[in-house]
Design a protein around this ligand. Structure first.
Ligand code: SF4
Ligand code: SF4
Length: 154
């Protein structure tokens, strides 16, 4: 009677809620653009996405204050999604404990990440000794403009 367990499973599955997340809408809209327009006007609502699991690799997050511009992340990035940015030198004035003032010319180096080129491998976050890079949770990042503001992290 191999058919009985299967019949039971069919009955169970037919009354169970779907496991998949009905994102962004319960029913597929005729036009996604139209649907998003209705959402913007408050006439429709987006079914929220599921929570991302731990160690999810979404859009990269950059802490530029922690970065020292060492450039290691550029070297390991297989997608060449990171470039170094060198800012014009600035003169920094320093005063020591005895009150002596000295000046030092500092060249600030940081990085810029092009999210549209990123393949979310996490190599750059692994190599960064300053924890200046981490894989974030954001994944709704599709766009028609690869140079849009939200596609460039710096
Ligand atoms: S993000 Fe990290 S690895 Fe990349 S340049 Fe800055 S400190 Fe170096
Ligand atoms: S996650 Fe991978 S592809 Fe994306 S910027 Fe880092 S090293 Fe490059």
């Amino acid at each position: 009677m191999a058919g009985l367990p299967m019949l039971r499973e069919i009955l169970v599955q037919s009354v169970k809620k779907p496991v998949t997340n009905l994102f962004p809408a319960v029913r597929l809209p005729k036009s996604i653009t139209g649907f998003l327009g209705s959402v913007a006007e408050g006439k429709a609502a987006v079914v929220p996405p599921v929570e991302t699991p731990p160690a999810f690799r979404g859009r990269i997050v950059y802490d530029r204050d922690a970065c020292n511009g060492c450039g290691l992340c550029l070297k390991v990035c297989p997608a060449h999604a990171i470039e170094q940015v060198v800012y014009p030198p600035v003169t920094v004035r320093m005063t020591d404990a005895e009150g002596n003032v000295s000046e030092k010319v500092k060249k600030e180096k940081r990085v810029r990440i092009y999210v549209s080129s990123c393949i979310f491998c996490g190599q750059c976050t692994d190599i960064c000794s300053r924890d200046a890079l981490r894989m974030g949770d954001a994944f709704l990042i599709a766009t028609e403009d690869r140079f849009a503001e939200e596609q460039i992290v710096e």
